[in-house]
Design a protein around this ligand. Structure first.
Ligand code: PGA
Length: 254
């Protein structure tokens, strides 16, 4: 992949429709002079079409927070990769830990969703991995990351210039207000990179993959992450709900 850093805002289910549209407008205005890097916002499903209209002609990309693994059919309540593209999405978050926790999503599902997303053109999966606190404190993180990557990506064909973004999100840091130590993130990103290198080869990993960090990033702690060798960007939750705060995070990274 290119060397551009990417910062993705995950708005979760934290805003109503009106708030979502207002935030999209503020963020579009704030970043109108963006010269480098990539930024995307991921609002709730029902806001996607309206947010796409707002973002049109600006520098901010649009992403969704989830997707189904089939392209069409009797799947009540689900949204296909093709529909997301029609709605204007360039990105989609897959397997966020909150979905793994509350909706029992597992890496079999995540694997199917990645495959389905790669079948449609111009939609980039943001695949979430990361250990929980129990795994971290019993020193199982490295294996957990290896295992999640294997389950999610084994047998996935990456062709041409298809992109995949891996989001390393230690579950215990998400929404906690405290990010992990940057050195620990760098270590985890290295494990992820080495595992990907083994699975796909170094050249493909350099060209087609990005590894980003997520978990309580804010304008203060983001500075510690800047310049880490294996960090290609950020997935930001709480700090992306305020245009000024998000702007400070992005400015520190780009
Ligand atoms: P947070 O969320 O920045 O609020 O911790 C990150 C995420 O869940 O993607």
């Amino acid at each position: 992949m290119d060397n551009e850093k990417i910062i993705i805002a995950n708005w979760k289910m934290k805003l109503n429709l009106q708030e979502t549209l207002e935030l999209a407008k503020s963020i579009k205005a704030k970043f109108k002079d963006l010269k480098k890097g990539e930024i995307a916002v991921c609002p709730n499903f029902i806001s996607l079409l309206e947010v796409a209209k707002i973002l049109k002609g600006g520098k901010i990309g649009l992403g969704a927070q989830d997707v189904f693994w089939e392209q069409k059919g009797a799947y009540t309540g689900e949204i296909s990769p093709g529909l997301l593209v029609e709605a204007g999405c360039k990105y989609v978050i897959i397997g966020h830990s909150e979905r793994r926790k509350f909706l029992m999503e597992n890496y079999e599902i995540i694997h199917k969703e990645i495959k389905a997303v790669l079948q449609v053109e111009d939609l980039i999966p943001i695949v979430c991995i990361g250990e929980n606190w129990d795994e971290r404190k019993t020193d199982r993180r490295d294996y957990v990351l290896y295992d999640q990557l294997q389950q999610a990506l084994s047998g996935v064909d990456v062709v041409g210039d298809q992109k995949i973004i891996l989001a390393y999100e230690p579950i215990w840091a998400i929404g906690s207000g405290t990010a992990i130590e940057p050195s620990e993130a760098e270590y985890a990103h290295k494990i992820i990179k080495l595992t990907l290198n083994n699975m796909f080869g170094m050249e493909m990993v350099n060209n087609n993959f990005k590894i980003i960090y997520g978990g309580s990033i804010n304008p203060k702690n983001v500075k510690g992450f800047v310049g880490l060798e294996n960090l290609d960007g950020m997935l930001v939750g709480g700090a992306s709900l305020d245009a000024d705060e998000f702007y400070s995070v992005v400015k520190a990274v780009l």
